[in-house]
Design a protein around this ligand. Structure first.
Ligand SMILES: NC(=O)c1ccc[n+]([C@@H]2O[C@H](COP(=O)([O-])OP(=O)(O)OC[C@H]3O[C@@H](n4cnc5c(N)ncnc54)[C@H](OP(=O)(O)O)[C@@H]3O)[C@@H](O)[C@H]2O)c1
Length: 425
């Protein structure tokens, strides 16, 4: 019987969940790999914290784990860019296979690390980095690899989906919904990574890199979070037949060129992705042969994420037992990323206006000067001679739409541009 020795870097939510799954499901894992896993060492930052495992396993010397000649596989479950990047590189240099759940690491350094692993005949897997327990990375790398993937859209962050669901169902404003998510443990005390779209940006960039074969330069990804979404926008979106979701979207815009973006998006109520609520995640894609496909499930949490980490570990173990080389599918650098100004889609926009005859005509004329056609409209009267007016446009270029709303905002009959979002059909 082959014994595979593991070093774990990080024993927080995911590290502890993975350890528990390896112990609880040892027989299932053995039946599928003909190997036994033995956790030899666990690296943490704070040696004084109480742990659910023997203190003999614990160390704060991460280097001693990744260079230990007896360790076959390193699980990097710490998160963040450093020291994860250095430790994964060092583990590979020392001949260890690596499984990581770290989206930031793979989004920033995936190309280099995967190529290094491939050249060294080692495995580097990262299923848990995108979608937690939902298998999306392996299907894109394997079963769907023969497709020309034309578009991917995902709800890839449970915290923001929970907040938006609360806003939609209870009419709550962003600040109240965020505070509630923090009390319930769905949002961090510092929610920046989630609500400002960084987490979704890392995940959609990884999916784009796998699908389109090159690492995405993160500085070229358009990123907006959900702080600008209000209860009023939720209300109008519903009136027009949409929900507002934070989506990561990547699509082919030309030969060797993609557009990768993260922003709140109006999604038609009848689209499968609009029905994904609360902390659930979903990934929808369209491939030329497979057609439309959707995966959904729990995108975070100890158990679902452990499921993805252990799945990757089983893949490694099968290779080790079979004496095979690394099956990493490398991708190159330098993907061409299209500009947002060239995007063509529909838009939702809301203004505060003077509630008097002629206002609507002035606005419609200003939009049409920039080739922006209006498809739907809703207007309400507020107090003090003011009104609120929301539009859905026809498909137009983002650069034209951007110019048009600035010109509308300067009209005498318009007191404020309240907000605008892109629409996906
Ligand atoms: N939580 C989820 O639901 C989830 C889902 C999918 C993917 N992930 C990814 O999984 C990874 C781990 O997330 P988590 O939620 O488990 O994090 P966590 O609960 O904060 O645990 C992090 C662990 O790593 C250790 N650590 C952090 N920095 C370290 C350093 N510089 N040196 C040594 N040890 C260090 C911590 O040590 P101490 O215990 O001593 O503090 C802790 O044990 C991240 O990449 C995250 O993005 C998480």
């Amino acid at each position: 019987m082959r014994v595979i020795r593991i070093g774990i870097l990080g024993f927080g939510t995911v590290g502890e969940g993975t350890y528990r799954m390896l112990v609880d499901n040892a027989d299932e894992v053995f039946a599928k790999t003909a190997a036994r896993f033995e956790v030899k060492r666990v690296g943490v930052r704070d040696l004084t914290k109480p742990r659910s495992i023997s203190q003999d396993l614990i160390t704060d010397d991460l280097k001693s784990i990744v260079t230990d000649p007896e360790i076959d596989v390193v699980l990097e479950l710490m998160g963040g860019e450093e020291p994860a990047n250095k430790m994964v590189q060092l583990a590979l240099e020392n001949g260890k296979h690596v499984v990581t759940a770290n989206k930031e690491l793979i989004a920033k350094h995936g190309s280099r690390l995967i190529n290094f692993a491939k050249d060294s005949g080692l495995d580097l897997h990262f299923e848990a980095a995108v979608g937690g327990g939902i298998p999306v990375v392996q299907p894109l790398k394997h079963q769907l690899a023969g497709n020309d993937v034309i578009k991917i859209m995902g709800i890839l962050n449970g915290t923001t989906n929970y907040i938006l669901t609360q806003m939609e169902e209870q009419g709550a404003d962003f600040a109240d919904a965020l505070a509630e998510a923090q009390v319930k443990g769905y949002a961090e005390a510092d929610p920046t990574a989630d609500v400002d779209g960084f987490d979704t940006m890392y995940k959609i960039s990884i999916l784009a890199a796998i699908s389109f074969g090159k690492q995405i330069p993160l500085e070229k990804v358009h990123r907006e979070g959900i702080r600008s979404v209000s209860a009023a926008d939720m209300h109008y979106a519903k009136h027009f037949g949409y929900k507002i979701k934070l989506l990561g979207i990547c699509e082919e815009t030309g030969e060797g060129e993609v557009l990768v973006r993260v922003h709140p998006t109006l999604v038609p109520l009848e689209h499968q992705i609009a029905r994904v609520s609360g902390v659930y995640n979903a990934l929808w894609l369209h491939g030329d042969f497979v057609g439309d496909l959707m995966f959904s499930g729990r995108g975070a949490g100890a158990d679902p994420t452990a499921s993805a980490v252990v799945g990757d570990l089983i893949d490694v173990a099968r290779n080790v037992v079979a004496g095979g080389n690394g099956s990493a599918i490398p991708y190159g650098e330098g993907m061409q990323v299209a500009k947002m100004g060239d995007l063509e889609t529909r838009y939702y926009v809301r203004f505060e206006v003077a509630d008097r005859p002629g206002t609507l005509g002035e606005i419609a004329t200003a939009f049409s000067r920039r080739q922006v056609g209006l498809a739907q409209m809703e207007m309400i009267t507020k107090t003090g001679g003011l009104g609120e007016i929301a539009f859905m446009t026809h498909v137009c270029r983002e650069s034209d739409f951007g110019t048009a709303i600035q010109e509308v905002a300067r009209l005498g009959s318009v007191s404020k541009l309240e907000g605008w979002f892109r629409v996906e059909e």
